[in-house]
Unconditional design. Sequence first.
Length: 71
Amino acid sequence: MNKWLELFVGVLLLVGAILAAWASSAYSWLLFGKDFNLLHAAWIFLKGGIFWLVIIIALLLILLGINDLRE
């Protein structure tokens, strides 16, 4: 794929995702009585990702500390 086309498609997808998240939180998107707030879902996903990243870094530091104690 052309590098400029890849860049353009990436920017379009990013802007589209941001607009969809904003629109779903600004307006009431209901389907079968369920609210589809994409911004809220993205925020929960980000918080979960940060939590697991901290856990993985903590485990890595513990393993590195144990490895240093062995030497």
